[in-house]
Write a protein that binds this ligand. Structure first.
Ligand SMILES: [Zn+2]
Length: 766
């Protein structure tokens, strides 16, 4: 079979077979079948290239790149698409674009061209990789007005390189010229770019282009400094977001004009919302435009764990749709803490990151830095995961997640409520809720605040984890959801600020919470807000004493004698009247008809122990309020920031209470239960005729301290999955153990045992 034929296959043919097979390296049999099969509407390459690889070329590599070896590696790993360095800071091909400097050791070689041709001959799709926000000094000397400068006119630099300005001709002319040159000469399938969005939020550019454009937009000068309360600064933020979208659109126009409508420019994006905010990348708007998201999110951090990868997959698909794909760059080298570019990442660590991402709907993309390695162990890591992925890919794409709990987020909240402290004010509460849900094996989906109305039909409850900045429109969406009988768990400062982060006189959702602010926040309370959120005080929550069961213990004689069951959300706390807290609470005015299930116990000394007794054992400051609306919606408002506390302190009481509140708000409408010990990240999906359940075993000595040294099996587990009414499954199968499993079904739930899980298991029920 001639290379051109394979190339033609990659570009032009898509059959039913090819769609199901993900259209990888086509065999001759595939091609014969393609020739005789019924043609279906073309599935573009960016929807069917499911396994990616990248050798990030270093400047020394042109002298030593063993293309033949890498072609074998592509084949060994069942890779269908590669990301190849092309241009930007340096060119890996002989470029005619002025000032587009060649890579140091290129020596006239056309490395990009050779690799691109080899990949195309092997039937692989090619993303030409750009790196386009910096340039060498000669470029700066030639066009100083194309570069970002500070207020004094000094250029912003990163090491030896000069940072270009997104509002200058570098982005409007230079980069498009390179894209055009590469597209017309080599016809890669598309383009990616690591650092396409230019200078981040931390630096203000005062170049002539920025001054002029901002004045045209806002009728005023660029703000001289960061000030979240200054309307000009807020406008500057919005303006910067809009400019990145213009660049996104421009680059796509250029590549499509040069090489056809499927030659897309896909940039790259992060799995961190704070990262996206700091780079002015509006995820929602980007996903509205994108055909594929190339995710640069290479490894875990200790605080958020492997489970963050599954979460990132679900969050992005929530914006992008589940019919598109999200390949993620996964480091095969020791990335994270610490980084060693040339040492292999321990295989169990790399595997778990890959497997949790796949469970969340991401596509794998192995990533090496450099084309030659003395630590050859890293070449082995991807192969087994990729081969398993190829064998079962039909179950891993084009599926809809099943979850009845939605966790609401917005970039607006991260920007304007989180401001400079988004890690503490936004991330930690989010992480605490996620961790509580994963620990309780409650399937959830991240929901963008703009999509509450769109997605509400699938949810029994929404969680608003300290969603401080909530617009009036978003508050209306939440209220509509609850008025129709939906449940709500809101924590901390949720809805106390508008979309710009300005304090409101009362919660926008005060009627749902059944609670009102007594003393309104001032605009300048940011310091206190951060302090309260960052500090841990020696405070407690007192659980409602009404109708508690009196478990044996010493009595003071002053306690109520009423016996009975406490509210069900407090189940599991029968032997305690207090919970450790750590935060600080303000008094609130509570509506009649609500139930206050926990109150604040103010701080008292820890040391010396003789002084460690409660000075004020009981207040009426609420820590947990339950309310039920006329429409039957259950609302739990948790002024106590137990989500943030759990995200940081990991006390099981906090996680248990959060999970209990979610179950109560959702009226126990949870489609999954998994019994058995271990930290297991569970994801449930639906394809037309079947359910797909991922169970990722994150139980390890290295779970919260990377890297994982060894995998530790868990099991046996008992799984119960709710069956959709229109699904009557005949069999269930394990895709990792590769065998059938017996199940029973009762009362709409299917039950099956899982004997043991080493790293992951995927159950197909249908
Ligand atoms: Zn500028």
């Amino acid at each position: 079979m001639k290379p051109t034929t394979r190339r033609a296959f990659l570009k032009q043919t898509a059959t039913v077979t090819a769609v199901l097979a993900g259209c990888g390296v086509p065999s001759d049999a595939d091609e014969r079948q393609a020739a005789t099969s019924v043609r279906v509407p073309q599935v573009p390459w960016y929807r069917r290239t499911l396994r990616w690889g990248q050798t990030n070329i270093t400047e020394i590599d042109p002298a030593r790149y063993d293309i033949a070896w890498w072609r074998k590696h592509w084949k060994r790993t069942q890779t269908q698409g590669v990301v190849i360095n092309a241009g930007g800071i340096v060119a890996y091909y002989p470029s005619r674009v002025p000032l587009h400097r060649q890579a140091q050791h290129l020596g006239g070689r056309d490395l990009f061209g050779e690799l691109c041709q080899a990949a195309h001959e092997d039937g692989l799709a090619v993303f030409a990789r750009m790196d386009s926000n910096r340039a060498h000094e000669e470029f700066y000397q030639a066009h100083p007005d194309w570069f970002a400068i500070d207020m004094a006119g000094k250029p912003h630099r990163a090491g030896d390189l000069f940072i270009t300005c997104v509002n200058g001709p570098y982005y409007a002319e230079h980069i498009p010229a390179i894209l055009r040159e590469i597209a017309e000469r080599y016809h890669p399938e598309g383009f990616t770019d690591n650092s396409w969005s230019g200078l981040g939020r931390g630096t203000i550019c005062f170049c002539e282009n920025c001054r002029k454009r901002f004045r045209e937009r806002a009728g005023q000068d660029i703000p001289r400094e960061k000030n979240w309360n200054n309307p000009a600064y807020r406008e500057w933020i919005r303006w910067n977001y809009d400019r990145r979208l213009e660049i996104w659109d421009l680059n796509n126009r250029v590549t499509k004009a040069a090489s056809g409508p499927d030659c897309i420019w896909a940039g790259m994006n992060s799995g961190s919302i704070i990262g996206q905010c700091q780079s002015f990348r509006d995820y929602r708007e980007i996903c509205r435009r994108a055909d594929i998201i190339m995710l640069d999110h290479q490894s875990r951090n200790d605080a958020s764990g492997f489970q963050h990868n599954g979460e990132a997959g679900k969050l992005i698909h929530g914006l992008l749709g589940w019919d598109k794909i999200v390949p993620e760059s996964m480091a095969m080298y020791q990335a994270g803490r610490p980084t060693f570019r040339l040492a292999s990442k321990p295989e169990p660590e790399a595997r778990l990151w890959m497997l949790d991402g796949i469970a969340g709907g991401l596509q794998p993309w192995w990533h090496h830095v450099g084309a030659y390695h003395e630590d050859r162990r890293m070449y082995r890591t991807a192969e087994s995961v990729y081969r398993w992925h190829r064998d079962h890919e039909e179950f891993l794409v084009n599926r809809q997640p099943i979850a009845t709990v939605g966790v609401v987020w917005s970039q607006q909240n991260t920007d304007f409520f989180g401001r400079d402290d988004a890690e503490v004010l936004v991330e930690l509460p989010w992480r605490g809720v996620m961790q509580a849900l994963i620990r309780a094996r409650i399937p959830y989906l991240p929901v963008h605040a703009d999509h509450i109305d769109r997605d509400r039909g699938q949810f029994a409850a929404l969680v608003l984890p300290n969603l401080g900045a909530l617009s009036d429109a978003h508050a209306v969406s939440v209220r509509r959801f609850v008025e129709r009988g939906g449940g709500l768990l809101a924590t901390g400062d949720t809805s106390l600020f508008n979309e710009w982060g300005d304090p409101r006189p009362d919660f926008a959702l005060a009627d749902l919470f059944g609670a009102h602010v007594i003393e309104a926040r001032s605009a300048g309370d940011e310091v206190r807000r951060k302090k309260d959120a960052s500090d841990t005080a020696h405070t407690y929550l007192r659980l409602s004493l009404e109708r508690r069961a009196l478990v044996d213990g010493p009595q003071t004689g002053a306690e109520p004698k009423v016996k009975g069951d406490r509210h069900p959300v407090l189940r599991g706390f029968e032997e305690t009247d207090i919970l450790p807290f750590g935060g600080v609470l303000e008094p609130l005015r509570v509506d009649a008809g609500t139930q206050v299930l926990a109150t604040f116990v103010p701080s008292f000394p820890i040391y010396p122990p003789e002084t460690s007794w409660m000075r004020e054992a009981k207040t009426d400051i609420p820590g947990l309020i339950l309310n039920t609306t006329a429409g039957g919606g259950r609302v739990a408002f948790l002024p106590a920031d137990l989500d943030r506390r759990f995200g940081r302190d990991n006390l099981p009481d906090h996680g248990n209470l959060l999970a209990s509140l979610v179950r109560w708000a959702a009226k126990d409408d949870i489609p999954l239960a998994v019994e058995g010990a271990g930290l297991i990240d569970c994801h449930v999906y639906r394809q037309t005729s079947r359910l797909i359940l991922h169970l990722v075993n994150l139980t390890s000595a290295g779970t919260w301290r990377q890297p994982v040294h060894e995998l530790i099996p868990v099991g046996p587990l008992l799984v119960r999955v709710k069956l959709p009414k229109d699904l009557n499954p005949a069999h269930a199968r394990f895709l990792v153990r590769n065998r059938k499993v017996r199940f029973t079904s009762t009362a709409g739930f299917l039950r099956l045992p899982v004997e043991s899980i080493l790293d992951h298991e995927v159950v197909v029920i249908g």
